[in-house]
Design a protein around this ligand. Structure first.
Ligand SMILES: CC(C)(COP(=O)(O)OP(=O)(O)OC[C@H]1O[C@@H](n2cnc3c(N)ncnc32)[C@H](O)[C@@H]1OP(=O)(O)O)[C@@H](O)C(=O)NCCC(=O)NCCS
Length: 331
């Protein structure tokens, strides 16, 4: 048997819908204020899709940019994995819709549900196809239209989320760059802290589920916050330790953007250098599966992400799901 091949990210593309929802806009919808939102979350504004624009539309735009960056056509891909919690519909999968809209003939794919950890989980799922030699090019997309499941009368959730997408292409690495290690964990006992109760097989859609606002995100903010602060740092420490690394060795820390305070708490505990920490939550809010590729793009635009850099990705999300990836940036 041939030894496993290392997967690398060979291209990145991102997309956010143009319409902005600012803190000032939210002040008109619910009892909140700019200062509270900024201090408690770090968010100034988020992008919101227009009516009729779905997750697959954002995903396709991001995918096209990644393909163009690498000079590939859609049919050059072997598979498309879409991490999302807001699929266009329950089925067919958003991956099927993206495959069709891209015109990626002969390419297969599937959706992956892990909420805010979906991008890191999908990244590792895709990397396994490269590692085994089964595939040469896998597109991994994180995309969400969170505004489609947010209750804009609930001030505790509506200030947090936004819409956005990011796509990367995975290919075999010929050098020592690419994936180094990953650590994933779920704790299903946290399911009741962040969830959308309506529309699945347990509570199929009825007038009653609509009346009871069951098709919106429900969150125990403090429970999620406490879990995220503890587990994100634990997972980062564990993966660094088992690779003989310290926080200060990380060149670029690209965390899920859920709350600025969760990110800085992780950075402090893990001993990350402040300049290595990528934060763009102020501009996008929490785009769920979109945050990490969007933050990769921010790092790149700020000149902080260069070939060979040691990168640590980290996410905690509904489930609870936890995922960290250690890699060397390769494009
Ligand atoms: C949601 C979150 C920002 C709330 O911040 P917090 O500091 O925990 O705030 P609390 O929930 O304790 O609420 C404190 C007060 O602010 C109020 N409040 C909540 N949302 C508010 C808003 N948008 N504007 C003004 N006040 C608000 C609460 O009603 C509460 O008032 P009270 O003390 O009179 O009852 C924070 O808990 C959080 O970020 N949690 C994690 C969320 C997350 O990451 N979700 C995605 C998972 S990946």
């Amino acid at each position: 048997m041939s030894p496993p091949v290392r997967a690398k990210i060979s291209a990145l593309g991102t997309y956010v819908p143009p319409r902005l929802l600012t803190n000032a806009d939210l002040e008109k919808l619910v009892e909140t204020d700019n200062q509270w939102i900024l201090e408690r979350t770090g968010i100034r504004e988020r992008h919101i899709a227009d009516k009729g624009v779905a997750t697959s539309d954002l995903a396709v735009e991001a995918a096209k940019k990644a393909l163009a960056e690498r000079g590939l056509t859609p049919s050059d891909l072997d598979a498309i994995i879409v991490g999302t919690v807001t699929p266009d519909m329950l089925f067919p999968s958003t991956a099927c819709l993206v495959q069709h809209k891209l015109g990626a003939k002969g390419v297969w794919g599937f959706d992956l549900s892990a909420a805010c950890s979906a991008f890191v989980y999908a990244l590792q799922a895709g990397a396994q196809f490269i590692s085994t030699g089964a595939h040469k090019r896998v597109m991994v997309i994180g995309a969400d239209v969170m505004s489609s499941i947010i209750d804009y009368t609930d001030r505790a959730t509506c200030v947090i989320f936004g819409d956005g997408a990011g796509a990367v292409i995975l290919e075999p690495a010929e050098d020592s760059l690419g994936m180094i290690d990953f650590l994933h964990e779920v704790d299903g006992s946290g399911g009741c802290s962040l969830y959308m109760p309506g529309g699945g097989s347990l509570n199929p859609s009825t007038h009653d589920t609509v009346d009871q606002r069951m098709h919106y995100v429900h969150q125990d903010g403090q429970a999620v916050f406490k879990f995220a602060v503890r587990k994100q740092a634990d997972a980062c420490e564990k993966i660094l330790q088992r690779n003989g690394l310290k926080g200060s060795d990380v060149d670029v820390f690209i965390p899920h953007q859920a709350n600025r305070r969760i990110i800085t708490a992780t950075a402090d505990r893990v001993g990350l250098r402040p300049e290595s920490v990528i934060i763009n939550i102020d501009r996008y809010g929490n785009t769920t599966a979109g945050t990490i590729p969007l933050a990769m793009e921010t790092a790149r635009q700020e000149g902080k992400l260069k070939k060979g850099d040691l990168v640590l990705l980290a996410a905690v999300g509904a489930g609870f799901t936890v995922g960290v990836t250690l890699l060397r940036w390769a494009c």
